[in-house]
Design a protein around this ligand. Structure first.
Ligand code: SF4
Length: 107
């Protein structure tokens, strides 16, 4: 253990911001040594226009959802998005709003 001059442990979190869960999530993302999930290698969207999956507010999601319907890793993708609380874009054929509704129903 390493101590700072003022007696605090090195790396000790002194103060969280207004949204500690979000900050902790960001830290986990930065320090997570895990490789990207294997299923992402088979993602159909990786072979298409990524902008279709992250449309501007009010933009069409139809093309992205159509592609998702034919994607062999749709289930894995949706599970990942739900587990990681992905807030933007189309994942597993569902928009952010649709994923939120699904999560609420599951509770
Ligand atoms: S389900 Fe859709 S968003 Fe998920 S990997 Fe497949 S094509 Fe991409």
């Amino acid at each position: 253990m390493r101590l700072e001059a003022d007696g605090r442990e090195w790396g000790q979190v002194v103060e969280w911001g207004a949204n500690p869960d979000e900050e902790l999530g960001e830290l986990i993302d930065i320090f997570d040594p895990a490789e990207p999930p294997e299923w992402q290698d088979r993602a159909l969207c990786a072979q298409t226009d990524p902008e279709a999956f992250f449309p501007e507010k009010g933009g069409s999601t139809r093309e992205a959802k159509r592609i998702c319907q034919g994607c062999e890793v749709k289930s894995e993708c949706l599970e990942y998005a739900l587990a990681h609380d992905e807030r933007f874009g189309i994942w597993g054929g569902l928009s952010e709003r649709e994923r939120r509704k699904l999560k609420k129903r599951a509770v």
